[in-house]
Design a protein around this ligand. Structure first.
Ligand SMILES: [Zn+2]
Ligand SMILES: [Zn+2]
Length: 256
């Protein structure tokens, strides 16, 4: 186990070579060492600028513009403690009472999400697939409300760690539920972006109240901190579909 932990850390440090954030976050365990690239916009004057909120990615997540897409590249290794790190890893923590670990562990991935830079409502909502449906601001991917075979998560919930994440068969860590590490300070915070380009927020509005009028995809439209002119956005809720019930817009693509 010790050897695994050292290897995983080395991989994470190697792969997390570009940072999408220029904003230091106190709670972030940096794996990048240096933070020299920042948010990259290499296309010159004809390249659209990054939508608001993308500057909040941390944990070595790379955010770049490519044509009409924001390309988010991530190792998917969380910047918080988890019992799914190998013993000896700096972020290993023993499971708390009630957690039944699954057989997988956390290992660095090579996720690349191509997210529409200008999200637009689709003619009809799209089904979310298994595997990544979006990415949290710490580079960890979001999964939908189903386990393999599109069965409810019921039997898997016990394997979630203290921040509501767990790894899948490819040792790819992910959140199906509210990523508690990202909402610990502010329950109304932006927590990431979904593959169709729309942002996703915590379980409260800035007023502290629960979101109202959510549609089947778990979203609605009003002004937010990042989008004062109003935008369609999702909220995480405490019952299925938890994050996103369907894609309101046309989804981009994911590779890993
Ligand atoms: Zn899962
Ligand atoms: Zn809202």
């Amino acid at each position: 186990m010790r050897q695994f932990a050292v290897t995983a850390f080395a991989l994470a440090a190697t792969l997390a070579c570009a940072s999408g954030s220029t904003t230091p976050t106190a709670a972030t365990t940096t794996t990048t060492g240096t933070n020299t690239t920042g948010t990259t916009n290499t296309g010159g004057s004809t390249t659209p600028s990054l939508p608001s909120g993308y500057e909040k990615f941390t944990n070595g997540t790379s955010v770049q513009i490519s044509g009409n897409f924001v390309v988010v590249s991530t190792t998917d290794v969380p910047n918080h403690k988890s019992p799914y790190f190998g013993v000896g890893n700096a972020n290993y923590v023993a499971p708390t009472a009630g957690i039944v670990l699954n057989p997988s562990h956390i290992a660095a991935q090579s996720y690349v999400l191509r997210i529409p830079i200008a999200p637009a409502a689709a003619a009809s909502p799209g089904d979310t697939p298994l595997d990544a449906i979006g990415v949290a601001l710490n580079g960890v991917v979001f999964f939908n409300q189903y386990a393999a075979g599109r069965v409810p998560l019921t039997t898997e919930i016990v394997s979630f760690d203290q921040y509501n994440g767990h790894p899948a068969m490819q040792n790819n860590y992910h959140y199906h539920f509210e990523p508690l590490y990202l909402t610990a300070a502010t329950k109304s915070a932006l927590i990431g972006f979904i593959l169709d380009g729309y942002p996703i927020y915590g379980p409260q509005e800035t007023s502290g109240s629960a979101p109202t009028g959510l549609d089947a995809c778990n979203g609605h439209t009003h002004a937010t901190l990042e989008y004062p002119n109003g935008i369609y956005h999702y909220h995480v809720v405490s019952s299925p579909p938890y994050l996103v019930g369907c894609f309101h817009g046309t989804a981009g693509t994911v590779t890993n």
